[in-house]
Design a protein around this ligand. Sequence first.
Ligand code: NDP
Ligand code: ZN
Length: 375
Amino acid sequence: TSVNYPQEFKGFAINDPSKWDNPKLVSYEPKKFGPHDLDIEIECCGICASELFSLKNDWSDQPLACLSSSYGPKTQVVGHEIVGKIVAKGTDVTMYEVGQRVGLGAQAASCLKCSRCMNNNEQYCPHAVGTYCSRYEDGYVSQGGYASHVRALDHFCFPIPDSIESKFVGPLMCGGLTVYSPIKRNIEDVKGVPHVAIIGIGGLGHMAIMISKAMGATVTAFSRNYDKKEDALKMGADHFVATQLDKGWTEAYRDQFDLILNCASSTKYLPINDLLPCLKVNKRFISVGLPHKEEQLDLKPIQFFSNGCTIGSSKLGTRQEAIELLDLAAKHDIKPWIQEIPICEEGVHEGLTKLDKGDVKYRFVLTDFHRFFNT
Ligand code: NDP
Ligand code: ZN
């Protein structure tokens, strides 16, 4: 299947959330090429649980944004753990050359001039545009990385150290960066060895264990049962708790953690009232897990009274943090635990349906893009 680039990109798309698990190959018009844009010819792309929520439209009360886009495709391609090579650059791009390998995560643009952008918080820019399912000012809805190419602002494309293979970089671009940012922001000022708790050992959670260890922390992994115990210890966890089966862990871990990082995709079995007393004084429970829009946190205020703890959230990470993470990964040889699937209609279907069932160890990466797209 060859691509008529640069007029068209090809990718796997849906236009109906009830068919979320069956994206079909389509051709589509890319967004207008801006002076700071890069075109990336994609080599591989991870599959993140956020894509399940987006394809099923589980985070929104509105129909899929692409259906009402004023220009561009009326179909939606997802994918935001992208690695590839620059094949074109806008007239004002000075930080990259054509041919360079770069990574792109879940954010493709922001204004780069508001106070958030100017203070290393561009992921919280009010004009932030996601890599997929997100509307640009001109009406185009962004199309992601289960595709031949992707177009994004240079600031959000990251240079990759030569020593890391592309298939291991993909998952770091969204999942890895999303956990690196809150881990760094919450443990860098801790005196002595920080103790981090990671809740939910999936794509994000397993990278959070490895990243926390590489940053010098003691790590306790929390999972619903014992299925992932051996793996979590191999990833570097020092302790393991099966929240649904172990007894007395709140007492055992009281006043222990400098950070609790919640990476679970649902609050259904999240024992938040038992976790909060495990924080040290004034420390934080940070959620990166983003469940279905109808899910809630069932909080008992008495449980977060005795240690003055804080409950918060974190979104993606900055360019600077992405570059730091890639450097950390190169130095500590951090390799996400991946399962590779050659990209094709059946492959995309398999990855999405297995991830939906929790049948993944621990991140799917779609590969072989050059072979499939003839790029
Ligand atoms: P995975 O499906 O790979 O992992 C999620 C983990 O959550 C599972 O491994 C499991 O851990 C736990 N889990 C699954 N189902 C339930 C349930 N019903 N109740 C409680 N826990 C459950 O997902 P990802 O790691 O790809 O993504 C995790 C979350 O992070 C998603 O909500 C995703 O949308 C969000 N996300 C947020 C970002 C941000 O910027 N904040 C960026 C990227 C993703 P275990 O078996 O160990 O209990
Ligand atoms: Zn993601």
